[in-house]
Design a protein around this ligand. Structure first.
Ligand code: A2P
Length: 274
């Protein structure tokens, strides 16, 4: 069963979650409500997306019990200290209207200041206290992850930008080698039409009576990777969750892997806002 992945403590993370960037306000709350009603059980947000209040509202409006939903958020660079992490968590919980998180992520490593070890050390305490169920990172390169590992700290998840054209195999391999689950953000290549109409994807999609987006998401989960596709549209949300009734062959997996341009994940700046 690849509809979820196991995090430390035998706690399950649904393989597909709703990405919420760059939705705001009613667009974000409506998208969260519809996704949960369709059957999503994981929502991905961030302080930086400025939509946590809307995400919390969408969750309450859905009527789905809080404990059935896996909620992830991420904190900004300004909070990379022990007290900062606690403040960031409290702020996010207040905005979301929740009293615990399933997964809390360092959004960007902020390597210039080298403060992510301090931040992660405190996050580990928050796990022990039960106010976050798991602690992880985002946009961490292998060398940055190594700094945490050297300090005896293992994030549950490293969420990175990853799609068939930006595959970054060495990044995922490094995560896997160290017991860190890889999660793809922008798993559909941001929905660019040149990508979702790539002849290779169209051909594999036709062979399974699926869409290129479904083939791409299935490729992610068959590769042992969680993914958080964003869609504001209930039909596309449903499409993106409907990937558990077919299997991509080894040869087709290789064809998708051959689409890699070597571009790698986006990591050098957070100005982009994601
Ligand atoms: P929309 O919100 O209108 O559905 P990513 O998650 O890689 O960043 O991609 C998100 C982009 O892809 C959004 O523009 C979204 O548009 C679009 N998108 C999401 N799901 C699908 C799909 N199944 N088919 C086509 N486009 C999609």
């Amino acid at each position: 069963d690849i509809s979820s992945f196991k995090l430390p403590g035998d706690f399950l993370m649904p393989a597909i979650g709703l990405g919420t960037w760059p939705m705001r306000e009613s667009e974000a709350s409506d998208a969260v409500t519809s996704a949960l009603n369709i059957g999503y059980r994981r929502i991905d947000t961030a302080e930086n997306y400025q939509n946590e209040q809307a995400v919390g509202l969408g969750l309450r409006n859905s009527g789905v019990p809080r404990d059935e939903v896996f909620v992830t958020t991420k904190f900004n660079k300004q909070w990379h200290s022990a007290t900062g992490v606690r403040q960031a968590l409290q702020n996010s919980l207040n905005r979301l209207g929740l009293d615990y998180l399933d997964l809390f992520l360092i959004h960007w490593p902020n390597p210039e200041q080298g403060t992510f070890v301090q931040a992660f050390t405190e996050m580990q305490k928050l796990v022990d206290e039960g106010v976050i169920r798991a602690a992880g990172v985002s946009n961490f390169k292998p060398a940055q992850l190594q700094v945490l590992l050297d300090a005896g700290l293992t994030p549950a998840v490293n969420q990175i930008q990853l799609d068939p054209e930006r595959r970054s195999a060495p990044w995922q391999a490094f995560n896997t080698e160290h017991g860190v689950l890889t999660e793809a953000y922008s798993p559909l290549g941001r929905g660019k039409s040149e990508f979702l109409q790539h002849p290779t994807l169209l051909q594999i999609a036709a062979a399974h009576a699926k869409t290129p987006a479904q083939v791409t998401l299935r490729w992610h989960v068959q590769s042992g990777r969680a993914a958080a596709p964003k869609s504001a549209n209930p039909l596309r949300q449903a499409e993106n969750l409907d990937i558990f009734d077919f299997e991509i062959s080894t040869a087709q997996m290789a064809q998708i892997e051959a689409l890699d341009t070597g571009a790698g994940p986006f990591t050098d700046s957070d100005e982009f806002g994601h």
